[in-house]
Design a protein around this ligand. Structure first.
Ligand code: AMP
Ligand code: MG
Length: 422
């Protein structure tokens, strides 16, 4: 049977995938292990920060009214370090020696910096003398200046970075509520593929996609589960997919999605009675990317061409993984840049060119890496953006403003308008 495939728009394909993307469950991990996970709950301040008025500097806590005539001499009645509090109330002609971060003693409303006073003594008594006038709250960080109680500081679904770890510690999260990472299975297909530790043989290549996908899955926030390679026999492959779907949240295959003699994916999906969301997209590379839903799980049949596999993952699988992690921003962030090279050949399909950003005389330039052919693996190493060249145009010239999608960014955006819908 020769199958006719109708290509759909990239945005439609993404929408279809996201309709079936599910959300993961909550679990807890110790704060020190939380980096790179995704918050399962909003982080809300349960107290003001700082929780008390405190001094910004080393110096003396005083009452600002005592400085009104511009020539003060105050008796030093105590000394406190950060973490200590002064008992009692400070009077107008008194001062308390205070260290950075310490709570302002009762009665005081300003701090004179250590370097702005002269310290003197008279018998047992110690004094400070200075000529500055201070205003109320000078050199003091007020209660709640950083944040008030009850504010949502970080939304659920946010990637936990070092700054968020500091916030979690500030609010006493010994255990952090995080979303369980989805388990993402990888099966490679192709009788030409050798394991990574095998010597090369005539007509064979090493399986590089599996390892590339391990990295992409981890970067997206999933747990890669290597499930080996397809057998040559359709019945065995079918059983492999059934077993794999039982074990993982999302299943990826690479290769075998074309209509060649040994391309089993379409036959397996048919036998599974899968809901095929699409099997052809108006994009290059990766036009034969196939996505299906099988009993509530997403199955991504990625192309075997390394670059097609790479792009197909980033466009369709990554947002599904991010959705699983509860983020409101599942799509890759973009910026505008100057195109670094001409792309003169017109192309009816949208192109996603692996590129890198360089900075030249104040401009951000998106330069394609290596040769832009779907079967080229060497160009992927340097790629940190996908340059988006919408189809239906007379080609592109160097210097034109184009969109570049950032591959390693963790914050993301809520919806991609990389491509306007026609
Ligand atoms: P396919 O999608 O199976 O028709 O494969 C397309 C091209 O990608 C062929 O040149 C394959 O040899 C190559 N290829 C397929 N799978 C892999 C893989 N796992 N690693 C590297 N190259 C692959
Ligand atoms: Mg193949």
């Amino acid at each position: 049977m020769v199958e006719i495939r109708t290509p759909i728009e990239v945005n439609d394909a993404i929408e279809r995938v996201m309709k079936y993307a599910v959300k993961g469950e909550k679990t807890f991990i110790p704060l020190e292990e939380s980096h790179g996970f995704f918050l399962a709950e909003d982080l809300i301040s349960d107290h003001a920060v700082p929780p008390f008025d405190r001094t910004r500097y080393d110096g003396f806590a005083i009452r600002s009214e005592a400085t009104e005539n511009g020539d003060s001499r105050l008796e030093v009645v105590g000394q406190i370090g950060a973490g200590s509090v002064f008992e009692g109330t400070v009077k107008e002609n008194e001062a308390v020696r205070i260290m950075t971060g310490a709570e302002i003693p009762a009665g005081c409303d300003a701090v004179i910096m250590l370097e702005h006073v002269k310290e003197t003594s008279q018998g047992e008594k110690r004094f400070i003398e200075f000529t500055r006038k201070l205003t109320s709250f000078e050199n003091i960080t007020k209660t709640g200046e950083d944040t008030q109680k009850g504010e949502v500081l970080v939304q659920k679904g946010t990637y936990i970075n070092p700054g968020i770890m500091a916030l979690l510690a500030t609010f006493g999260y010994r255990q952090v509520p995080i979303v369980k990472r989805p388990r993402v299975g990888i099966i490679s297909t192709g009788s030409e593929l050798l394991p990574v530790d095998a010597a090369l043989e005539p007509g064979k290549i090493r399986d590089s996609n599996s390892y590339m996908l391990i990295g992409q899955i981890e970067r997206a926030g999933g747990i890669p589960v290597s499930l080996g390679q397809f057998a040559d026999d359709l019945d065995i492959c079918y059983d492999q997919v059934v077993a794999a779907l039982d074990e993982v949240d999302i299943l990826l295959t690479t290769g075998g999605v074309s209509v060649g003699d040994y391309d089993y994916i379409p036959a397996i999906l048919e036998r599974l009675n899968a809901n095929v969301l699409f099997n052809k997209i108006k994009m290059r590379p990766g036009s034969v990317t196939t996505v299906a839903e099988v009993d509530g799980k997403l199955f991504f049949g990625l192309s075997g061409n390394p670059s097609s596999c790479y792009v197909g993952f980033e466009l369709y699988t990554r947002p599904a993984i991010r959705n699983h992690l509860h983020t409101k921003n599942p799509y890759l962030k973009k910026l505008t840049a100057q195109l670094g090279t001409d792309f003169t050949a017109p192309n009816p399909f949208h192109r996603f060119v692996r590129g890198k950003l360089i900075y030249e005389s104040g401009n951000v330039i998106a330069v394609p890496v290596g040769l832009d052919k779907p079967n080229i693996v060497t160009s992927l190493a340097e790629a940190n953006v996908l340059i988006v060249l919408p189809g239906n145009k007379e080609g592109y010239e160097a210097g034109e403003q184009v969109m570049a999608v950032l591959l390693a960014d963790q914050s993301g955006i809520a919806w991609n308008d990389w491509l306007r819908k026609e």
